[in-house]
Design a protein around this ligand. Structure first.
Ligand SMILES: Cc1cc2nc3c(=O)[nH]c(=O)nc-3n(C[C@H](O)[C@H](O)[C@H](O)COP(=O)(O)O)c2cc1C
Length: 461
């Protein structure tokens, strides 16, 4: 089904956007962040640093922080770069939970390499500890480097997603296995809990199983919220069935809109209201008082990577570039000959920046070869980007990756958030206390019967 503008257009529906903060290794999204002045080079092991960064996002009323996870593999060149992930996402979120009050706490937990019982227990304990602020980014793992940490190889997509469907349902069943009203803790009568309301799940699937029950009562939001991240049709199906939010990646508004529609259509196929599933693409930021200052900051951050990035830019534009003329704009001949590569969706934007007459160094500093769209400039440019995508039905919100966390989160909070608030696009304050409240997600405890695939064959006597 094709969605018409009135369904897609968030602004017309009077909605406001969601904002999350990417907290990876804690330094920031640029590889050079750990070396910048004012940054503690030992932040990698500092839980205090992570707490401070989450508090900065909470000051900006962000709905959540998001901690991706590998899990546990080293994907960077440690000679010069910090690892991309936290020491341990659950321990980090536990530390943050104790020092924040409202912001949602979302971490990746692999459905491929974890046992459901362990994940169910950790995320629900975090949910109770944080008074209903936990979210689980239920992903399938890809990459042999990750599999190697578990002594395994990467299963096929079909197998990874088959397992993921079972894992999520089983975990939700475990979350609901301690009945909602089972815990009476009545000192007078001596009844601790209603035993008959705490029941095993006895699930035996093709990929995973668990007897249960899980001895954890409901949190203030009942149970954690499900997030998902992935781009394939299998990912659409998984998120369409179970997720309340998708952590996305899209370089253009058109691609974001197509992805958002694919997820919404999948949700509808499973009998859900498409608005139950929020699509949240990424945005990287270098916020400064003007474009020049922001570009200089990026050059300082990523200077050593420029030769490597120029080599790649040649492929994106289909022309030869000369490193010895790094501080000159591209010539008319080069611009005339340039053809954006059909294999890299960032190429048309890179050519557009080149045509504006920036030097080769500045073209790179615009972030034309980064993982998400990049704002390098004053806060209003970020606000304009977010408004345009939001109003075009390309996003329900954004996860923000500042270049350097130390001051980049505060810049966003002070320079971008007030503009969005003034335009009525972002809330003034938290309306509720739980992550479920922040996302406007409806109540759920245990499995969602609308999307359940279990049959009686899956239940062991
Ligand atoms: C925006 C985004 C964020 C992701 N975050 C993680 C992550 O934190 N940990 C992880 O193991 N995989 C992560 N992934 C990878 C996906 O979980 C998945 O393995 C990959 O996209 C391949 O799945 P596919 O077959 O659905 O495309 C992420 C993917 C996207 C698009």
């Amino acid at each position: 089904m094709a969605y018409n503008e009135s369904i897609n257009n968030n602004a017309k529906a009077g909605k406001q956007m969601l904002i999350g903060l990417h907290l990876g290794n804690g330094y920031g999204s640029q590889p050079g962040a750990w070396r910048m002045p004012g940054v503690d080079p030992k932040s990698y092991t500092s839980f205090d640093a992570r707490v401070k960064q989450a508090q900065a996002a909470e000051r900006g009323k962000f709905q959540f922080i998001f901690l991706p996870d590998g899990p546990g593999s080293i994907l960077t060149d440690l000679e010069t770069e910090s690892p991309s992930f936290n020491l341990d996402v659950m321990l980090t979120l536990a530390a943050v939970a104790r020092e924040t009050k409202r912001i949602g706490l979302v971490a990746t937990g692999s459905t491929t390499f974890n046992e459901p019982f362990n994940l169910a227990r950790q995320f629900k304990a975090l949910d109770v500890m944080s008074h209903g602020r936990a979210g689980w980014n239920a992903v399938t793992s890809s990459g042999d480097a990750v599999a190697a940490n578990y002594g395994r190889s990467i299963p096929s997509s079909e197998e990874r997603y088959g397992r993921a469907h079972e894992v999520i349902q089983l975990i939700q069943a475990l979350w609901g296995s301690w009945g909602k009203d089972a815990w009476v803790h009545n000192q007078e009568s001596g009844q601790f809990a209603k035993r008959d309301q705490i029941v095993p799940v006895n699930f035996k699937g093709k990929f995973v199983g668990s007897r249960g029950p899980l001895y954890i009562p409901p949190s203030e939001q009942g149970q954690p919220i499900i997030f998902h991240a992935g781009g394939s049709p299998n990912a659409h199906e998984l998120a369409g069935r179970f997720a309340n939010a998708v952590i996305g990646a899209a370089f253009t508004m058109e691609d974001a809109r197509a992805q958002r529609n694919a997820f919404r259509e999948a949700a509808e196929r499973y009998g859900r209201n498409p608005d139950e599933l929020k699509y949240i693409p990424g945005l990287m930021t270098t916020i400064a008082k003007d474009r020049r200052t922001a570009l200089d900051r990026r050059i300082k951050l990523t200077g050593s990577l420029i030769p490597q990035r120029v080599a790649y830019l040649q492929q994106m534009l289909g022309i030869r570039l000369d490193l010895s003329r790094i501080d000159e704009p591209l010539s008319k001949e080069q611009l005339d000959a340039a053809r954006p590569s059909p294999y890299d969706p960032r190429s048309p934007h890179a050519l557009k920046i080149a045509k504006e007459g920036w030097s080769l160094r500045d073209i790179i500093a615009h972030g034309v070869i980064d993982y998400h769209p990049v704002i390098v400039g004053p806060g209003i440019e970020a606000a304009d980007h977010m408004q345009a995508w939001f109003e075009a039905g390309a996003a329900d919100g954004f996860w923000i990756s500042p270049d350097i966390n130390e001051d980049g989160i505060d810049s966003f909070v002070d320079e971008v958030v007030p503009i969005l608030q003034k335009r009525g696009l972002f809330h003034q304050d938290y309306e509720g206390k739980t992550l479920r409240d922040h996302l406007g997600a409806s109540d759920q405890y245990g499995v969602d019967l609308r999307v359940l695939t279990w049959s009686k064959d899956n239940i062991e006597k």
